[in-house]
Design a binder for this molecule. Sequence first.
Ligand SMILES: Cc1cc2nc3c(=O)[nH]c(=O)nc-3n(C[C@H](O)[C@H](O)[C@H](O)COP(=O)(O)OP(=O)(O)OC[C@H]3O[C@@H](n4cnc5c(N)ncnc54)[C@H](O)[C@@H]3O)c2cc1C
Length: 506
Amino acid sequence: MVRQTSPARLAKPESAADVVIIGAGIGGLSAGALLARRGLKVIVLEAHDRPGGYCSSWRRTIRHQGRMCSYLFDAGVQDISGIGDRGPLRRLLRQLQAEDRIDWRPVRHHYVKDGLRLSVAPDAKAYALQLQAMFPADADGITAFFVQIEAVYREMYADIDATGGVPTAPATIDAMMAWPARHPHAWRWMRQPFAVMLDAYLSDPRLKSFLTTLADYVTERPESLSVADMAPLFGYYFDCGYYPAGGSQSLADLLSAIVTEGGGQVHLRRRATRILLENGRAGGVETADGVLHRAPVVLAAGDVQAMLMDLLDEAALPAGYLRKLRAMPRGPSAIVVSLAVDSMPDLPARIFVRHQAMDFGIGNPSAIDASLAPPGHAVLTVLSLLSEKEAGGWDRTAEDYRAHKAMAADKLIDAIEATVWPELRQHILYRQVATPATFTRYAGTRTGNIYGAARGQWRPPVVSPIPGLLLAGAGTVTGAGVEAVVISGTIAADLIAPPARLAVPV
Ligand SMILES: Cc1cc2nc3c(=O)[nH]c(=O)nc-3n(C[C@H](O)[C@H](O)[C@H](O)COP(=O)(O)OP(=O)(O)OC[C@H]3O[C@@H](n4cnc5c(N)ncnc54)[C@H](O)[C@@H]3O)c2cc1C
């Protein structure tokens, strides 16, 4: 039976707003900031003690050689796309009149793959030339491949002026009919597996592996990706990726500040426990402290399964939708090792390594932001993806949890010493290891999943089957990554209050 708000519950303390948002991740905050700028009263409820979700930072201060040394680590995000002129995050900041409130630092990549090394050039044309020098037998194919993938990428973002700054499906039958002729490369390739596109132009498997490197940003199963999944990731080559100076928290803090500047509220340490339903419509949210936050629109922007299956009576959802939701694979989790080191490695901000069948990424943001560590020191973040199955074995209450964690971190540190920094161990001053259990604890994800939901399957759209309830964030159809969740937040905001008009009922 669908749970309704009982009269007894009305005695609880209440607040009222136009929109209540659950989760201050970048998806929820993008929507919140836009809606606050458009004059709506917004309440954001966040379980953690800071906004940002996976786009937040944490500080550790340690005593070293008699002085206190302070280090700022990122929980996740370090390389952000969508900041080129047609990028969704650029367009969001422009709409919010906040473009100059973040200092973006370009992120350079270095790839070390099975003995081959490449410091990726800062623009895509130069990158293609580097690959041609490394793989001369594929030189013509490399030229042809880059022409195609760039055309797909540009066409995917071609209409964003007309669609509120985000790439979306055509809205009318006429636009749908005209789409293939206006976007011929995207039409030809988007639904193809990315591996098919690589095979059409290239032969060397090591070259294909280089060109698939950035799949790590959305999945541990690159074979599951289509050209539509990969083309936006090529945006890192065509329009560059960026790091916000001062750590990823800067972006979350900016969006959060815009919510409050517009008269909204971002409540921290406030866990949502129930989405209120009134006559089949969402009517607000109850938090763990017993407060009812009433609003005609609720935007659920945390883990989608948790939002829809834990905060709602499942009976409120149509049976077919619930079945798909239950069956939805959640995608990878990760081991993340955060290190403070007393030396500045000679490495760019982002390194991707494949060593003895092990893939991992190293973030070295100190290379572009000296504020994160004391002079001459650096912070490093090492990320190794785990499949959903591998993620299931991490239990914080298990006796061997700490030993298990230490072993996983040691293995990664060994691999770094074998590939990019032989003396790493002797420079480590502090280390912290996050596991799937950590991600479940801090981000409220059901399985410790870090990319919302697995690729290559159904994912829920922004509009839920419950009137007044919308979804945003990495678990929705737009997928994971800051750029993708900005798209989901912008779509949600535009449905709730289109830029030109206010408070249109959903
Ligand atoms: C290690 C790692 C590295 C990454 N690197 C990058 C990168 O370099 N570039 C990039 O673009 N992307 C990266 N990503 C992916 C990116 O961080 C995410 O896809 C994106 O930030 C997710 O945003 P979101 O809006 O879905 O919310 P999330 O970040 O998942 O945040 C959801 C928020 O909701 C809150 N919440 C959940 N349940 C409740 C509740 N019941 N009540 C109140 N609050 C609740 C959580 O506390 C959390 O703050 C990385 C992710 C990880 C984990």
